[in-house]
Design a protein around this ligand. Structure first.
Ligand code: ADP
Ligand code: MG
Length: 870
C-alpha cells in the first residue's frame, strides 16, 4: 500500500534499527505500530487502536504518554524485549514539513541503566560467548558499574556453571552457537537471559583487540593480563561493539578489563547453588531462608553485590581464606565495626552513580549523592585507623583521598536541584559570576512586573487587576468582565476568557522579552556549567571506582563480622588436609528459623580414608537432609571466609562442593525428573576429585525401588572405590539396605538420626549417632510384583557396569532380543536426558511383589556370582 509520508519515515527508521520494539515519538506520545503494537499492547495492557496509514488503510497502533515512557520501557524490557526510542530531533514548531526523527537510544536488558531495571544487591551482566580453538571465551560486562570480566573455559559444563553463577540478563552469541539447538537447550537450563544471535564479524579477533584498545586507551591489552586470550577477547570485542550499536558511546567508567580464572575458586554448579539455597530459595526463588539472607548484613549496595559474589564463588586458597577471616576476626571484636556500619549505611551506590554520570544519564541529584557519599570517606578512614588486618588495611588504602569532588560539587550544585538538567535551578548562587548576573536580570524583571501590577491597579482603579503568565501568550494583564469599562486606551486585547479579558501593553511586552531571555539564557548557562562539573567528575572516574571497591570490601567483611557476632559463630581452622571435623555444628538458616524447637547441634568427621563416605539413615523427617546440607554449608561458609555456627571446626578445603537431591516425593513427575537426577549424578561422578565434598540426598529415589537401590548402591561404591574420586561424601538415604556397605568397604561409616519410640509414637531426637537403622519406619514401599528373570540378568549387567563408573554400551552384553542398542559407543543414557531403551525397560517393570530387601539380596547374589571364581 502507499504509505503516508510519516509512515514512510517510520518504515525507514524501523528498517535501519536492530530488531526491537520501536517507540516513535508523535506529539506527547510514543506510538508503536504494526506487530510492535500488537506485542506492546498485550504486554502493557494498553488499548490497541488504528491509524490512517495511507489510502484509507488502517495500521494497528498503540501508544504511551511520553512522560511515563520510562515505566513502560521497563515493563517491555522485563518481558524480555529490546526497545528502540525514536525522538523528534528538531523543534516541531520550526520544522518545515515532516519533523526529523531519529533513534536516540536502544534499551536492552543487559545494557539497562535505569534504577527501575536494576537490582541493588546484584550485578546486571551483558554476556558474550565465543568458541575458538576448542575453548570457550566468556565476557561479562555490567554497564551500570563498569565491571568488565573475561575468562576462558575448556568445557561447556564449566561455561554453563559460570553462566549459572553470573546469571547475565542478555547474551551475544555467534549464529553458529545460537542455532545449535542442543547448546541452546542447555543454556536455557541455566539462564533465561535474552539471546541475540550475532554475525561472525562481530567476534573477529583483530577488530576486537582494536576496539578494546580504543575503549581502554592502551597500546596493548597485556597490561590487563590478557596476553594469550583469544576467544575471550573476541567475546569482549563483541560486547564493546554492541554497546556502540545500542547508543552507549561514552563508556568512561569502563576502565579495566579483568581476566579471571575459575581455577582459584570453588566451582559450584547450578544444581548445588540451588540445592543449598545460597541466594535463592527452592520454594519461590526468593531470599527468605537462604544463606545470603543470614550472612548479608551489608549497608551498601556495593557491599551486597560483593558478598553475593563471594558466596557464589568461595575461595580454595587457604591463605586468601585466612586473610578474609583475619579481617572478620578483627572486626568481630572491635567497636569500630559498629561505627563502620553506621557510616556505611549513609554511603550511596557510588559504583552505579559514577556509571550513570559517565554515560551521561545523571542529573544534579546524582552528583549530590556522590558528593555526600565521598564526603564520608575521611570519617571512615579515621574509624579504620586502629585496625591492621591485611584486607582492612587494603580497603583503607583504596579509600584514599577524594580528589576534591565533594568540595567541587558542594560549591557548584544547588542542594535543592530538580530532577531535570535543562530547566535551571541546579547551579548554586555564587559559583559562577556571569550566571549570577543573568539571573539578577531575570529576577529583577520579575520584581519589575510585580511593581507594574501595583502601578496599573492604582492607575486604572481596578483592584482585582492581575499580571500573569502563560506559555502560549506570555505575560498579560487580566481584567475581570465587570471592570472592562475602566480599561485604559493603551491596553491591547490579547485573549478573551469566560469571565475576563487579557491585555498587553508595549512596555510589558518589552520587559517580557528581557525576562524570558534572561531565564532561558540562565538555564542554558546552568546546563553548560553542569556539564563542566560533570566532566570534572568523569575525569575522576577511576578514583571513585577505587573508593567504591574499598567500601565494598569493608562492607562485606563487616557484614560477615556482624553475622558472626549476632549468631555466635566461631572461626574454623582451614587447611589443605583432607579432614573435615565439626563439633556441635548447626544449620545456619534453620537454627534461626526454629521458633519453638531448639536446634540440636551435631558433630561431623570426614576424611579420605576411614570416614570417607557417611551413610545417613533414619525415618522421614528425622533430620537427614538438614544434617548433610549443614556440613556442606559450613564448609562453604568457611571458604567464603566467614565464621561458622559450630563450637569448633577444622575444614580441609574442598575444591568443589556437589549436592544432589533425589526426586523425593515426586515419583509422579516421572521420567524427566529422574533423568535430571541421574544426569546430575553423572556430573558429580565425572567431575569430583579427592578434594571434593559431595552431598547426596536420597538419590535413586526418583525411580522404582529396584533400580533405585542398585543405582544408589553403585554410586556409593564408585565414590568409595575409584581412587581418583574418593571424595568426602555424605549420603542420606531411606534405603537402609545401604548400611550393609559398611561391612565390606573400609571408608564407609554408618550414621543414623536417633529416634525414640514411645507409646507407639516416634520422638525425633535430631542427634546423629553412629550405626545404621535396621527398621524402615516411614518407607513408603509397596509390595512388589514378580520379577522376570531376563530383567534381573539385565539389571546385573547395569549394576556391574555402574561399579566401573563409566558405562559404555558397546561393553554391555546386547539384550537377547528386541530393540538393539543405538549405534556407536557412547555413555549409557542412564546419565543422559536422551531416552534410552534400557532404562525404559527397567522403569516399565511392575515390581510389585518383592520387598526391597529381597530385591537387594537378589542383586547381591548376582554380584557375588559375577565376582566369584566362576
Ligand atoms: P529428613 O531429611 O530426615 O526427612 P529433614 O532434614 O528434612 O528430615 O528435617 C525435618 C525437620 O526436622 C526440619 O524441617 C527441621 O524442622 C527439623 N530438624 C532437622 N534437624 C534438626 C536439628 N538438628 N535440630 C532441630 N530440628 C531439626
Ligand atoms: Mg530429607
Amino acid at each position: 500500500m502507499t504509505l503516508t509520508p510519516m509512515m514512510q519515515q517510520y518504515r525507514r527508521i524501523k528498517r535501519e534499527t536492530p530488531p526491537s520494539i520501536l517507540m516513535f515519538r508523535l506529539g506527547d506520545f510514543y506510538e508503536m505500530f504494526f506487530d510492535d503494537a500488537l506485542t506492546a499492547s498485550r504486554i502493557l495492557g494498553i488499548t490497541l487502536t488504528a491509524r490512517e496509514g495511507g489510502k484509507g488503510n488502517k495500521v494497528p497502533m498503540c501508544g504511551v504518554p511520553y512522560h511515563a515512557a520510562q515505566e513502560y520501557i521497563a515493563r517491555l524490557i522485563r518481558a524480555g524485549h529490546k526497545v528502540a526510542v525514536c525522538d523528534q530531533v528538531e523543534d516541531p514548531s520550526l520544522a518545515k514539513g515532516l519533523v526529523k526523527r531519529e533513534v536516540t537510544r536502544i534499551v536492552t536488558p543487559g545494557t539497562a541503566l535505569d534504577e527501575g531495571l536494576l537490582r541493588e544487591g546484584s550485578n546486571n551482566y551483558l554476556a558474550a560467548i565465543h568458541r575458538a580453538g576448542g575453548l570457550f571465551g566468556l565476557c561479562c560486562l555490567d554497564l551500570s558499574t563498569g565491571e568488565f570480566l573475561v575468562t576462558e573455559l575448556d568445557r561447556e559444563a564449566d561455561l554453563l556453571n559460570e553462566i549459572g553463577r553470573l546469571s547475565p540478563s542478555e547474551f551475544l552469541l555467534p549464529k553458529e552457537l545460537a542455532e545449535d539447538r542442543d547448546f541452546m537447550r542447555r543454556l536455557r537450563g541455566v539462564s533465561g537471559g535474552l539471546v541475540n544471535p550475532c554475525d561472525d564479524w562481530l567476534f573477529e579477533h583483530e577488530s576486537a583487540v582494536r576496539r578494546l584498545r580504543e575503549l581502554l586507551r592502551t597500546q596493548s591489552l597485556d597490561g590487563f593480563g590478557c596476553a594469550g586470550l583469544v576467544p575471550a577477547i573476541s567475546a569482549a570485542g563483541a560486547v564493546v561493539q554492541y554497546l556502540k550499536d545500542t547508543g552507549h558511546a561514552s563508556l568512561a567508567h569502563v576502565t579495566r578489563l579483568a581476566p579471571y580464572s575459575t581455577d582459584r575458586r570453588m566451582v559450584l554448579d547450578l544444581a548445588t547453588q540451588r540445592n543449598l539455597e545460597l541466594v535463592r530459595n527452592l520454594r519461590n526463588g526468593g531470599r527468605e531462608g537462604t544463606l545470603i539472607s543470614v550472612l548479608d548484613r551489608t549497608s551498601t549496595a556495593m557491599g551486597a553485590r560483593l558478598l553475593r559474589g563471594w558466596i557464589l564463588q568461595p575461595l580454595v586458597d587457604t591463605e586468601e581464606i585466612g586473610a578474609r577471616m583475619d579481617g572478620v576476626e578483627e572486626l568481630v571484636g572491635n567497636a569500630a565495626s559498629e561505627t563502620l556500619g553506621r557510616l556505611l549505611s549513609d554511603f550511596k551506590d557510588t559504583e552505579r552513580l559514577i556509571g550513570r554520570i559517565d554515560c551521561g544519564h545523571a542529573n544534579a541529584r546524582d552528583l549530590l549523592a556522590l558528593a555526600q557519599s565521598l564526603g564520608l570517606v575521611p570519617a571512615l578512614a579515621e574509624a579504620l585507623a586502629p585496625l591492621h588486618s591485611r584486607l582492612v588495611a587494603e580497603a583503607r588504602g583504596l579509600l584514599g583521598d577524594t580528589g576534591g569532588l565533594p568540595e567541587l560539587i558542594g560549591k557548584a550544585i544547588d542542594p535543592s536541584a530538580p530532577l531535570t538538567v535543562r530547566e535551571g535551578g541546579i547551579i548554586r548562587e555564587g559559583y559562577d559570576a556571569e550566571l549570577d548576573e543573568v539571573r539578577a536580570v531575570s529576577r529583577g524583571g520579575k520584581e519589575w512586573i510585580a511593581a507594574l501590577q501595583k502601578h496599573e491597579a492604582e492607575r486604572t482603579g481596578i483592584r482585582s487587576l492581575k499580571i500573569g503568565y502563560n506559555r502560549v501568550f506570555g505575560y498579560y494583564i487580566e481584567v475581570t468582565k465587570t471592570n472592562l469599562g475602566t480599561v485604559p486606551a493603551d491596553y491591547i486585547r490579547k485573549q478573551t476568557l469566560v469571565n475576563a479579558e487579557r491585555f498587553v501593553t508595549p512596555e510589558l511586552k518589552e520587559y517580557e522579552e528581557k525576562v524570558l531571555n534572561a531565564e532561558g539564557k540562565a538555564a542554558a548557562m546552568e546546563y553548560a556549567i553542569f556539564q563542566k562539573v560533570r566532566e570534572r567528575v568523569v575525569g575522576e572516574t577511576e578514583r571513585v571506582q577505587r573508593i567504591g571497591r574499598g567500601i565494598a570490601l569493608l562492607d562485606a567483611l563487616n557484614s560477615l563480622a556482624s553475622a558472626a557476632r549476632r549468631n555466635g559463630y566461631t572461626r574454623p581452622v582451614v587447611n589443605d588436609a583432607d579432614v573435615i571435623e565439626i563439633v556441635d555444628g548447626r544449620h545456619p538458616v534453620l537454627e534461626l528459623a526454629l521458633a519453638d524447637e531448639r536446634f540440636v547441634p551435631n558433630d561431623t568427621l570426614l576424611n579420605t580414608e576411614t570416614d570417607q563416605l557417611l551413610i545417613i539413615t533414619g525415618p522421614n523427617m528425622a533430620g537427614k537432609s538438614t544434617y548433610i546440607r549443614q556440613v556442606a554449608l559450613l564448609t562453604l561458609m568457611a571458604q567464603v571466609g566467614s565464621f561458622i555456627p559450630a563450637a569448633r571446626a577444622t575444614i580441609g578445603v574442598a575444591d568443589r562442593i556437589f549436592t544432589r537431591v533425589g526426586a523425593s516425593d515426586e515419583l509422579s513427575r516421572g521420567q524427566s525428573t529422574f533423568m535430571v537426577e541421574m544426569n546430575e549424578t553423572a556430573n558429580i561422578l565425572n567431575n569430583a576429585t579427592e578434594k571434593s565434598l559431595i552431598v547426596l540426598d536420597e538419590i535413586g529415589r526418583g525411580t522404582s525401588t529396584f533400580d533405585g537401590i542398585s543405582i544408589a548402591w553403585a554410586v556409593a561404591e564408585y565414590l568409595h572405590n575409584t581412587s581418583l574420586v574418593r571424595a568426602r561424601t555424605l549420603f542420606a538415604t531411606h534405603y537402609h539396605e545401604l548400611t550393609e556397605l559398611e561391612m565390606n568397604l573400609p571408608g564407609v561409616k554408618n550414621y543414623n538420626v536417633a529416634v525414640k519410640e514411645w507409646n507407639d509414637e516416634i520422638i525425633f531426637l535430631r542427634k546423629i549417632v553412629p550405626g545404621g537403622t535396621d527398621k524402615s519406619y516411614g518407607i513408603h514401599v509397596a509390595r512388589l510384583a514378580g520379577l522376570p528373570r531376563k530383567v534381573i540378568e539385565r539389571a546385573k549387567d547395569i549394576l556391574n557396569a555402574l561399579e566401573e563408573g563409566c558405562i559404555r554400551e558397546d561393553r554391555l552384553p546386547k539384550p537377547e532380543e528386541g530393540r538393539g542398542a543405538p549405534e556407536g559407543p557412547r555413555q549409557l543414557s542412564l546419565f543422559e536426558t536422551r531416552p534410552n531403551p534400557v532404562v525404559d525397560e527397567l522403569r516399565q517393570l511392575h515390581l510389585e511383589r518383592i520387598t526391597p530387601i529381597e530385591a537387594l539380596n537378589i542383586l547381591k547374589r548376582l554380584k557375588e556370582k559375577s565376582n566369584g571364581p566362576d
